[in-house]
Design a protein around this ligand. Structure first.
Ligand SMILES: Cc1cc2nc3c(=O)[nH]c(=O)nc-3n(C[C@H](O)[C@H](O)[C@H](O)COP(=O)(O)OP(=O)(O)OC[C@H]3O[C@@H](n4cnc5c(N)ncnc54)[C@H](O)[C@@H]3O)c2cc1C
Length: 397
């Protein structure tokens, strides 16, 4: 009689969606199962910090979801059958199939070697905790004067290069970017970035598209080689192939195409959120893979599922951007204010204040996972199915 909601992935978005659904719906009416491969919450936005040796606060799901009504299932998802409404999972005890009535797909993304020869074999990634820990161990073994080349001039590349340079001033840190350094930022933002990179002694190779990687160097499109004892690859993320193997409508890169309520455009029982989803934001521009847009997507999906189950009004969460928060080591930062569709405006916040701001944003994101309705009072409502069937009667004896 319970409506079975299965949430795949307990990252920033899946964990928020599961927790929020449990706050919106009566526990006797729904069974919410959250499937995740790891037993604790991974603060993915801090993987560059983990890589340089900082220790992150442990956040076990057993504590986070205690008493919430969300049942955690520790297992690896290996497939989804959207026609039979089942999910295949494996754990130490073997394989199993879970059936669902509503599915929330939030498996996130991983690093993207982009088919560059040698990248998969010779580089380090920081999109996952195992990747960051591997880099951490390698950096700890590097001697003074050795070169670390970070490839990719997006937010993750900027954060990784500055974090490594600040933590290990004895190393020779370089950043290779395809265009100009921070070329999407405002003039003030770019100037600040150059200043911090200069202070940290980071060499920047601009207009340097990396076309190959070897154990001790990277090669660029213009025929140059940059020596590298360690290469860190941060050229964007790619979604897991599971969705692409289903009958769901996906993009060429495997993101699930969803409507404004985060519901699959091909399968109404399936919702997708976070990096795994292709959703339109302000100005009809697709939302980029980020916590900044992923968390509002999770709120929207949870509230839409609840509204449809109880027969309430569909939510209208604002899926827009306000700023890009970039840490530049622990002491410096850059908050670039943006338009609703993520274009830089003049205003920026820089320096120590920006570093503190970014730290609060990261702390706030983790707090928001444990507090999926942001501490606001909520009412658990009766589902239409239950209302139609009459009150649940407990069997006696
Ligand atoms: C170093 C770094 C810094 C970043 N900084 C920022 C930032 O400052 N601001 C910002 O907005 N974004 C930032 N991001 C991006 C942000 O982390 C992601 O966009 C966000 O984590 C996406 O959330 P998600 O829930 O979709 O996926 P994830 O957080 O990746 O969660 C996916 C979950 O699914 C689980 N999972 C995956 N596959 C399986 C499987 N087969 N079976 C079971 N479980 C599985 C994973 O273990 C994980 O728990 C950063 C990313 C990195 C790597």
């Amino acid at each position: 009689m319970q409506h079975r909601i299965t949430v795949l992935g307990a990252g920033y978005t899946g964990a928020v969606a599961a927790g929020r659904l449990a706050k919106r719906l009566r526990h006797e009416d729904v069974a919410i199962t959250l499937v995740n491969a790891e037993p604790d919450f991974v603060e993915r936005v801090r993987m560059h910090q983990l890589a340089v040796g900082q220790d992150l606060k442990p956040r076990p799901f057993s504590e986070m979801f205690a008493g919430t009504g969300v049942e955690l299932r520790l297992a690896r998802v290996t497939g989804v059958d959207v026609d039979r409404k089942t999910v295949a999972v494996t754990d130490a005890n073997g394989s199993e199939e879970l059936s669902y009535d509503t599915l929330v797909y939030a498996l996130g993304s991983g690093w993207n070697a982009q088919g560059v020869p040698g990248a998969a074999e010779h580089t380090f990634e920081i999109a996952s905790r195992p990747g960051a820990l591997r880099l951490r161990e390698r950096l700890a073994r590097l001697d003074a004067g050795q070169t670390v080349v970070v490839v990719g001039g997006g937010l993750t590349g900027l954060e990784a290069a500055t974090e490594i340079a600040e933590a290990r001033p004895d190393l020779d840190v370089a950043l290779a970017v395809r265009g100009g350094l921070g070329d999407w930022l405002s003039p003030k933002g770019r100037t600040h970035l150059r200043k911090v990179f200069g202070k940290l002694g980071i060499t920047v190779y601009e207009h340097a598209a990396v076309t190959g990687v070897d154990a001790d160097h990277v090669a660029t499109a213009d025929g140059k080689t940059i020596p590298a004892a360690v290469t860190v690859w941060t050229t964007g993320f790619v979604v897991h192939p599971i969705a692409k193997a289903t009958a769901l409508e996906v993009t060429g890169t495997g993101q699930i195409v969803v409507d404004e309520t985060m519901r699959s455009v091909s399968h109404p029982d399936v919702y997708a959120i976070g990096d795994a989803a292709y959703a339109m934001g302000s100005g009809d521009k697709p939302l980029r893979m980020s916590c900044a847009s992923g968390v509002p997507m999770a709120w929207q999906a949870a509230d839409a599922i609840a509204a449809r189950l109880v027969g309430g009004k569909l939510p209208d969460t604002s899926l827009r951007y306000f700023n890009q928060c970039i840490s530049l080591g622990r002491k410096e930062g850059l908050i670039q204010y943006v338009t609703a569709d993520d274009r830089a405006v003049q205003a920026v916040l820089t320096g120590r204040l920006a570093a503190v701001y970014k730290e609060l944003v990261c702390k706030g994101a983790a707090w928001g996972v444990a507090n999926p309705t942001l501490g606001l009072p909520t009412r658990r409502r009766v589902t239409r199915e239950r209302a139609a069937a009459g009150p649940a009667v407990k069997a006696l004896g």
